[in-house]
Design a protein around this ligand. Structure first.
Ligand SMILES: NC(=O)c1ccc[n+]([C@@H]2O[C@H](COP(=O)([O-])OP(=O)(O)OC[C@H]3O[C@@H](n4cnc5c(N)ncnc54)[C@H](OP(=O)(O)O)[C@@H]3O)[C@@H](O)[C@H]2O)c1
Length: 319
């Protein structure tokens, strides 16, 4: 009479836990990189895209209709759509359906703290720093009881890439086109150039560091499009480098945030950030500053950051 129970035990051991059913919203620069590296334990059951792919991707069917992909009843929604209303609606839907959420989308993550609170779980490491582990480091410092007073960073890879080209005498149009061809800039690069993308990231860092919710639209920003012609080359001739500097400072009266274009001296860690790199200097109340740097954009580093969130989620769910 004991044989069936023994057989069942062996079967469970051999097959392991049920894979987590995931859908991927978007399969462009970031989503495509994520699909290529999903870890064991995740079963991709469907992909949402704008353009049909009749053969599917990585063995999963591709849908152009959001209802069809949500009808697959996923456990996990991985989102890599362009920011904006459509992505926001689908993340809302994922949260309402009780799914775990992993997203690369800073726009929605910054504007909708309620979604983060209501979600079964919500991770957005790729939304700040691309491949540079900015939110992860802020979280670890905060868990260790290290209070930050100031954060200063180059948080937008596209702007940094563009500013490096302006310094070499390229026009804004050709620098933006190069960023788009490299997969850093979206079709509409205004959120990058105008500083809104960096403002979204500041809001996410402030939330992680201090539990404070900033409205990204109210953060003071400056646009690269308003730079006078030759400003980058002039800074270079003066032995300086133009950077889009995003900063937060905390005092007893509150948190101040801003995104400014600054001509930095070459010994500044932010000045040494090249091309699509990101760099953040985290200053604690006491002790040494912590500098986090890495590739801030592009398929490989951003997808790796999303995969990091997925892997942590799997480990948590299975612990
Ligand atoms: N690229 C980076 O370096 C980077 C870095 C950090 C964070 N992010 C964030 O990651 C997200 C994705 O960026 P990305 O560079 O991967 O964008 P992308 O290359 O333009 O890919 C967007 C994907 O969304 C799909 N899509 C767009 N509109 C759709 C619609 N109405 N219905 C269904 N599917 C739709 C597209 O479908 P088709 O393939 O059919 O066009 C595409 O697969 C953004 O929020 C971005 O801010 C990007």
């Amino acid at each position: 009479m004991t044989t069936p129970a023994l057989t069942l035990t062996r079967e469970i051991t051999r097959t392991g836990p049920r894979p987590m059913r995931a859908i991927m919203l978007g399969c462009g620069v970031v989503g495509g990189g994520v699909i290529d590296r999903l870890p064991d334990g995740i079963k991709l059951v469907g992909v949402l895209a704008r353009t049909p792919r009749p053969g599917g991707i990585a063995g999963a069917p591709v849908f152009t209709d959001a209802d069809a992909v949500f009808a697959l009843k996923p456990d996990l929604v991985i989102e890599a759509l362009p920011g904006g209303r459509f992505a926001e609606q689908l993340l809302e839907r994922a949260v309402q359906a009780g799914c775990h959420v992993v997203t690369a989308n800073k726009d929605v993550a910054a504007r909708r703290p309620d979604l983060v609170r209501r979600a079964k779980s919500f991770a957005c490491s790729a939304a700040v720093g691309g491949g540079a582990p900015v939110l992860e480091t802020v979280q670890r410092l905060s868990e260790a009881g290290t209070a930050l007073t100031r954060v200063r960073g180059v948080l937008n890879g596209t702007s940094n890439f563009v500013l490096d080209r302006l310094a070499r005498g390229e026009t804004l149009d050709s620098a933006v086109q190069a960023a788009q061809e490299a997969g850093f800039a979206e079709a509409d690069p205004s959120a990058d150039l105008d500083g809104l993308d960096a403002a979204n990231k500041l809001a996410l860092i402030a939330r992680e560091a201090w539990g404070v919710q900033l409205n990204p639209a109210e953060i003071d920003t400056q646009s690269i499009s308003d730079l006078p012609a030759g400003a980058g080359a002039k800074a270079r001739a003066d032995g300086r480098v133009l950077r889009q500097v995003a900063s937060l400072s905390r005092s007893p009266v509150g948190v101040k945030a801003r995104v400014r274009l600054e001509a930095l001296t070459l010994d500044d860690p932010l000045a040494r950030t090249r091309d699509e790199g990101n760099c953040v200097v985290l200053s604690p109340e006491r002790g040494a500053v912590v500098i986090v740097s890495g590739k801030g954009a592009g398929r490989g580093p951003t997808a790796a950051s999303v995969i990091g969130d997925v892997t942590r989620l799997l480990a948590e769910v299975r612990s």
